[in-house]
Ligand binder design. Structure first.
Ligand code: ROI
Length: 161
């Protein structure tokens, strides 16, 4: 079993409902138990001209292999109507593997820790709700240092619906 953190995001078709459906789907994954769900947060898109996003983080304990989990996450995204029209386009559901135990993964399909984790308040603050205070990423960076360098700006915490 490894502790895995998944970032969830949506900005189309009832984003909070999309996140709740995704949590229910994650709970059904084989060889996996749900260990925690953060609050939901709203924020403007990093790219202009898109609706606001709702984001959250989920903790899983799983014995799935990373690529098996990635395939399962993409299946959930597809089941929830994700259309891959443009790379950074609006989406009904985005599921990102943020951290996977102590692993450093650098494969074409999967880079862990997620490469933009340090820039994204909408990932770091919900992650901090679930992770131990002294968490270090597999690359040695302390979560507390990343939080200190990424102000809680533009985030609106919405209590878990
Ligand atoms: N902006 C926010 N606030 N949340 C996201 O999940 C998100 N995802 C994206 C882009 C378009 C970069 N902006 C985002 O992919």
């Amino acid at each position: 079993m490894e502790r895995i953190y998944i970032g969830l995001g949506s900005n189309l078709a009832d984003p909070a409902g999309q996140l709740r459906s995704a949590v229910a789907a994650l709970e059904q994954l084989p060889q996996t138990t749900l260990a925690g769900v953060s609050s939901f947060y709203q924020s403007d898109s990093l790219l202009p001209g898109q609706p606001r996003y709702t984001n959250a983080v989920v903790a899983l304990d799983s014995s799935l292999a990373p690529i098996e989990l990635l395939d399962a996450l993409q299946a959930i995204e597809n089941e929830q109507g994700r259309e891959r029209l443009e790379r950074w386009g609006p989406r009904t559901l985005d599921l990102d593997i943020l951290l996977f135990g102590d692993r450093l993964i650098d494969e074409p399909r999967l880079k862990v820790p997620h490469y933009q984790i340090q820039e994204r308040a909408f990932v770091l603050y919900p992650l901090a709700e679930l992770a131990p205070q002294d968490l270090r990423l597999a690359d040695g960076r302390a979560l507390s240092d990343l939080l200190a360098a990424c102000p809680f700006v533009g985030l609106e915490r919405i209590f878990q619906p």
